[in-house]
Ligand binder design. Structure first.
Ligand code: NAD
Ligand code: UFG
Length: 337
């Protein structure tokens, strides 16, 4: 029986992964410092799965705590979600990001090495590609992130590549997410931003539920079909199913492998808004604003490599993503509060 330590396990994606791994028959242990999540999610995980996995409130950079976890549980692998993720904040507070995301991950890897656990799947991001000049990103493109957050992801990828190069026992999957959205279809767990959302889908959801007055659409003069930015939105349930496939494949694939997790299809901001209006049966007022610095016009995932190597591909379309996101938001207008 495998036991997976899920870092960031009470966060948006980590909580969905917790449910997914429990349903697949894995034992799990959760570690999170609750810097961007709520302990209330633990009860929701229990309601959904009938199980209450052990939870440690603490930091991935706390080596004695990691020792305690490895000593108490026979951890066979790690799903590493813990990290800070706000791009603009990373520009203002770079050291906090490097310390939390990079130094924290290095401490986690050192604990793994010490306790002989060398299997890990890592939450990377499409942001590691920077602006490669193509719209369909393939895993072999050069990495050139353009902000501190993206650089923390590339640095952790570098650490993991170097570990695998130095010791052939390590098995690592670098999972480069495109734009995760949606929620568990039960509406019991979902994304619960603690401040004004930075990202499109939670912002639209907040406007739909009435906690924010109007959506600001950043740019309507991009060289895209309707002038607004195009991204590859992926249902969080598909995303975590990709983690399950990636974790299972570690036994077949030694070394370090990067996989895109996206649908391979782009949707514009206006298409997302239209899908949300249809799902929620209410208007989403919006205003066009200047482009957001650092944003690209259009990109999406090339998904052939992931499909071939992991036998996984996304199942859910944009309408299902917004329906599930809205179902969560309308049932939990204040998140977990
Ligand atoms: P989230 O903020 O909801 O979850 C991250 C969790 O990690 C939070 O619960 C937070 O409390 C915890 N955490 C942060 N630093 C920690 C530390 N030092 N020790 C212990 N716990 C810590 O974010 P999410 O959307 O679930 O993202 C999960 C991972 O996926 C992150 O690494 C993020 O960078 C990455 N990612 C997210 C997106 C996205 O759009 N959501 C896209 C690409 C990559
Ligand atoms: N957008 C708006 N209004 C908003 C928020 C976003 O118009 O209030 C637009 C953006 O300009 C962009 C699109 O909606 O065209 C998507 O923006 P998000 O902020 O939702 O997502 P990004 O693609 O900018 O960034 C996301 C994650 C990053 C990650 C990146 C990887 O937030 O952490 O994907 O590709 F690095």
């Amino acid at each position: 029986m495998e036991t997976i330590l899920i870092t960031g396990g009470t966060g948006y994606i980590g909580s969905h992964a917790a449910v997914c791994f429990l349903e697949a028959g894995y034992q799990i242990v959760l570690l999170d410092n609750l810097s961007n999540s709520h302990a209330a999610v633990l009860q929701r995980i229990a309601t959904l799965t009938g199980q209450s996995p052990p939870f440690y409130r603490g930091n991935i950079a706390d080596a004695p705590l990691l020792d305690e976890i490895f000593n108490h549980h026979k951890i066979t692998g790690i799903a590493h979600f813990a990290g800070l993720k706000a791009v603009a904040e990373s520009v203002q507070q770079p050291l906090r990001y490097y310390q939390n995301n990079v130094a924290g991950s290095a401490t986690l890897c050192a604990a793994m090495q010490k306790h002989g656990c060398k299997k890990l799947i890592f939450s990377s991001s499409a942001t590691v590609y920077g602006a490669p000049g193509a719209v369909a990103y393939t895993e072999d493109m050069p990495l050139a992130p353009v902000n501190p957050y993206g650089r923390t992801k590339r640095m952790v990828e570098d650490i993991l590549r170097d570990l695998c190069a130095a010791d052939s026992d390590w098995r690592v999957a670098l999972l480069r997410y495109f734009n995760p959205v949606g929620a568990h279809p039960s509406g019991l767990i979902g994304e619960a931003p603690q401040a004004v959302p930075n990202n499109l889908m939670p912002y639209i959801a907040a406007v739909a539920v009435g906690t924010l007055p109007v959506l600001h659409i950043f740019g309507n003069d991009y060289p895209t079909a309707d002038g607004t930015g195009v991204r590859d939105y992926i249902h969080v349930q598909d995303l975590v199913a990709g983690h399950l496939a990636a974790y299972a494949a570690l036994d077949k694939h030694p070394g370090c492998t990067a996989y895109n997790l996206g649908t391979g299809k782009g949707a514009s901001v206006l298409e997302v808004v239209a899908a949300f209006v249809k799902a929620a049966h209410r208007e989403i007022p919006y205003q066009f604003q200047p482009r957001r610095p650092g944003d690209l016009a259009e990109y999406y995932a090339a998904v052939d490599f992931t499909r071939e190597k992991l036998g996984w591909q996304a199942q859910f379309d944009l309408q299902k993503m917004v329906e599930d996101h809205w179902n969560w938001q309308k049932n939990n207008p204040k998140g977990y509060l």
